[in-house]
Every structure is written in C-alpha cells, then in structure tokens.
Write a protein that binds this ligand. Structure first.
Ligand code: 4AD
Ligand code: MG
Length: 464
C-alpha cells in the first residue's frame, strides 16, 4: 500500500524504496527522446520540487501526461528512487498519474518563470505557488511557532484580548470604526450620531493593540502574551506599514524597563536562532534571490549583545553625525526612520534599544521618569527595517497617570477600568509589541511589507 506523503518527505534519502502517493502542482514538464517525461512537482511542503519520471507505457501518457503544463494539479502514485542527478537525492518513478485539474497555458497567470512582486500582488490568490511566497509562508510559520515556544518556555500565559474595543490604546486616532448603523441613514439625536442604536450601544473600533487588556490580565496572572491581528487606519503608503498586521504583545507584572529590554533581546535572538535551525533551505533561497546578507545578519545579531542608548544620547549622536538628514534631529522631536536607520545601520551596526523618550511624543500609559520630562519607553531598532519593537514600563501610579491623561486630553471615563488597575493593588509592570511582518522583513530581507503577509491590507487595497 502506498502512503500519502509530502514532497518534503519524499525528497529525503530515507524515503528511497517507499511506495508513495504525492499530490501537488506541476512546475514544469519536459519530454525526453527515450519515451518518457520529467515532471517537476511542488506541493508547498518545501522549496524544492520532486522530479517525477513518467514512462510512455502509462495508459494516459499520450492523452494526458504529455499535455501537462505549469499549474496543473496531479496525483502521482509511484516508488521513490535514488536520483542519478546531483540536484536532489531522490526522484519518483510513477506507476500512475491522475490529472486533478488542468490549467490553460493561455490564461494561467504564472506561466513565466519570473514575475515582479508588483504583479504578484495582483494575483495574491495564486502567489503561494511561487518559490518566494512558499518560502515566506514557511518562514512565517516558523517564526510564529518560535514566538509561542519562547513565551511558553519563559512561563508566559497565552491570553486572548478582544479585536473589537471601545478604546484607542495608542491615542493616535488611527482607528477603524465597527458599526452596524445604516451608513446611508445614520440615526441622529440633537445633530450627533445616536450610538444607542448601534450594535454595542456605543462607538467601537478594531483594536490597534491588545496592550490595555493584556495589562489587566498581567495584573492578576503575572506574565501573559497576546498574538493576534491589529488594525491601523493610518494613511501611510510605505514599505513598512500595513492597515492590518500581526503583533505579539507580552505584558509582565513586576517587570521594570531593564527586565523588559532583556526579555526583548532574548526573544528576538530565540526567533532568529530557530529560523536558522529550521528554515535552512528557504533562508538559502532568500540569500540567493533577495538579500545576500540575510543569513549573516541573523548570525551576527544572535552573537552580539544589543546596543542600548537613551533617546537623549541618540539625539547627541545624530547631531554630531557627519550626515545630512532630511529632518534635522532635535530633542523633543520623534526619531524619523532616517535617524533610526543611521543609529542601527551606521553608528552601531547592530540592533539598538533606544529608551527614555520625551513624554510629549509617547502615549499616556508610559511611566514618567524622575526628571519629569522623559518616560520609560523602549524601541528596538534593527538595520534596514528600523523599529520592530515598541514598548515601555507602564505608569502604575494613579495620580501621575491621571495627570498624563489630562495632558493628552483623554476622557478618564473611557478608561475607568484601566484606572482601577492602579486603584486596587497596583504593581510595576512592563510590556512591548513586536510587529510580525517587520520581523519577517528583517529575517528575509524582503523590501516591501506587502510581500511578507499573504493578503496585505493597505489604503485602497482589500481585493482578496
Ligand atoms: O510601537 P507600537 O505602536 O506599540 C504599541 O502598539 C504598543 N501598545 C505595544 C505594547 O507595548 N504592547 O507598535 C508595536 C510594533 C511596532 O514596533 C512595529 O513593529 C509594529 O508594531 N507596527 C506595525 N507593523 C506594520 N504596520 C503598521 N502600521 C505598524 N504599526 C506598528
Ligand atoms: Mg512605536
């Protein structure tokens, strides 16, 4: 009896001699003069294809097999043999080939060997059949597993925070509203929208971060993390912004900023180590096709301690730099991506954690330092991508938090439960958020964030 196996399994030398059933998509077919055909088959289980040898004695050789082309789906039953070629250890001698689905070569969009990433974005439903997006999906899977593994091994509980929320965690106002009101006839009372008729009887939004709820859970459970989709309605058409992206957010009670920085550094190194261990073939592909430095970068990052500099030091370094910035660095102004990249790519040449930012440019929840001007914020910056982690120690003192909310014009009644965490048994605590897609950009060297998520959402773009 033949076993159903993946191409990844059948490509291993241990598979030699096994009777197998393989199912996948034809990459290419070539006919030999000797009366047989070679079919390169891929099923997404690994980057490499497996070569299928189809002999003319197969009953459907002339009628079907010789008409197979790129994109057709087939089921192959056969025996794994040692391959005489050097490219792969094994090949499969077919006993039976069944065509599951044809793909008309005139209209199948993935006919050519090389397509631009721009073009592939217009066929996101098919691009998982390409080498790049297959490799990306496998690395994304590996990173996601490594994230869970890391926090589980560090004693963090995986918790689930809501997607629909009434509050704007980052206070940036970049929210997608969630409503069941009829937009063609919005009910109003005294000229303003009557939310008592909306589904939740109040305005609600897609979450920009699970942090506030994660804080509530950490202040009871100790160490927790969330890992889910987050949404930002910023109109930023850059290579590093998505309207829907995945964020991992650990939150830990009794953690101060130093503990938080240590955690972030251990965390990133763990992820990169796992990718190097488990995605060798895919990473070699990214090295050859996308970024010759990507493997070396990861190795370098794993081996070196991250640099840690305060925001004030960062501004001094930038002001001294022999470099023309589009935005001149100045204390009190946010770091632009050109500044972040100078610090990590040129000045430190490795990941940098910048901490203690001015309070005026950071959200209300960050803990105010004794200087009264800065907050216990931390951003982790990496070469090429810039910020991949943003986090802080949280303000646990009720009076200071109330003052900060007043400064930023936030309505305390919307945050009553968040304030109660400070009113009842408050504790020092900290956390951060890692953007999954930016991490993947750093790992693979992929230039555009739209190419590290299967179905990207950006302004004007939600086709699939
Ligand atoms: O720095 P951010 O905005 O921090 C927070 O949301 C905190 N509440 C997290 C926390 O402390 N629990 O976002 C965190 C990370 C960024 O460093 C970046 O990697 C990613 O999320 N990110 C984005 N990734 C893709 N597209 C966007 N529009 C992103 N905005 C943030
Ligand atoms: Mg940030």
């Amino acid at each position: 009896m033949a076993d159903k196996v993946t191409v990844a399994v059948a490509r291993k030398p241990e598979a030699i001699g096994r009777e197998v059933i393989l199912q996948g998509w034809v990459r290419t077919r070539r006919d030999s003069k000797g009366g047989f055909s070679f079919i390169e088959l891929n099923d997404g289980s690994c980057l490499g294809n497996i070569q299928i040898i189809a002999d003319q004695s197969l009953p459907n050789y002339e009628t079907e097999i010789r008409h197979l082309g790129t994109g057709c789906s087939i089921r192959v039953e056969g025996v794994v043999k040692a391959s005489p070629g050097t490219k792969q250890p094994t090949e499969v001698e077919a006993r039976q080939i069944q065509v599951l689905g044809w793909a008309d070569p005139e209209t199948y969009p993935l006919q050519k060997k090389h397509h631009s990433f721009e073009f592939l974005r217009t066929i996101a439903h098919l691009r998982s059949r390409t080498n790049t997006f297959g490799a990306m999906a496998r690395v994304r899977n590996c990173v996601s597993m490594a994230i869970h593994e890391f926090f589980q091994s560090e004693g963090f509980l995986y918790v689930h925070t809501p997607i629909i929320t009434p509050s704007d965690c980052e206070g940036a106002g970049a929210l997608f509203q969630v409503t069941t009101l009829n937009l063609a006839a919005v009910p109003k009372r005294d000229g303003v929208v009557d939310y008592s008729q909306d589904f939740f009887q109040r305005p609600t939004y897609l979450t920009v971060s699970g942090q506030l709820e994660a804080e509530a859970l950490a202040c009871g459970l100790g160490k927790v993390y969330t890992f889910g989709p987050t949404f930002r309605a910023e109109n930023s058409n850059t290579t590093r912004h998505l309207a829907e992206f995945w964020m991992v957010e650990p939150e830990a009670a009794f953690f101060e900023l130093e503990d938080n920085m240590d955690l972030a550094e251990r965390f990133l190194k763990h992820i990169f180590r796992r990718v190097l261990e488990r995605c060798e073939e895919d990473m070699r592909f990214f090295q050859e096709r996308i970024d010759p430095q990507c493997i070396e970068n990861l190795t370098h990052v794993i081996e070196q301690p991250f640099e840690r500099i305060s925001y004030t030091e960062a501004i001094e370094i930038l002001s001294r730099a022999d470099k023309e910035f589009e935005f001149p660095p100045a204390w009190g102004k946010d770091l632009q991506s050109e500044h972040e990249r100078y610090l990590t790519e040129e000045y430190c040449r490795k990941p940098v954690i910048v901490f203690d930012y001015p309070k005026t440019i950071k959200p209300f929840y960050m803990r105010v330092n004794d200087d009264g001007r800065t907050v216990r914020a931390m951003d982790v910056l990496v070469p090429k991508v810039g910020e991949i982690i943003g986090g802080s120690q949280r303000e646990e003192r009720l009076d200071v938090l109330l003052e900060r909310m007043a400064e930023q014009g936030l309505k305390t009644e919307n945050y009553w439960w968040y304030l109660e965490l400070r009113r009842f048994g408050t504790v020092p605590h900290s956390g951060f958020g890692l953007g999954l897609e930016r991490t993947l950009q750093f790992v693979t060297g992929m230039g555009n964030i739209r190419d590290v998520i299967p179905f990207p959402r950006t302004p004007g773009n939600a086709e699939f």
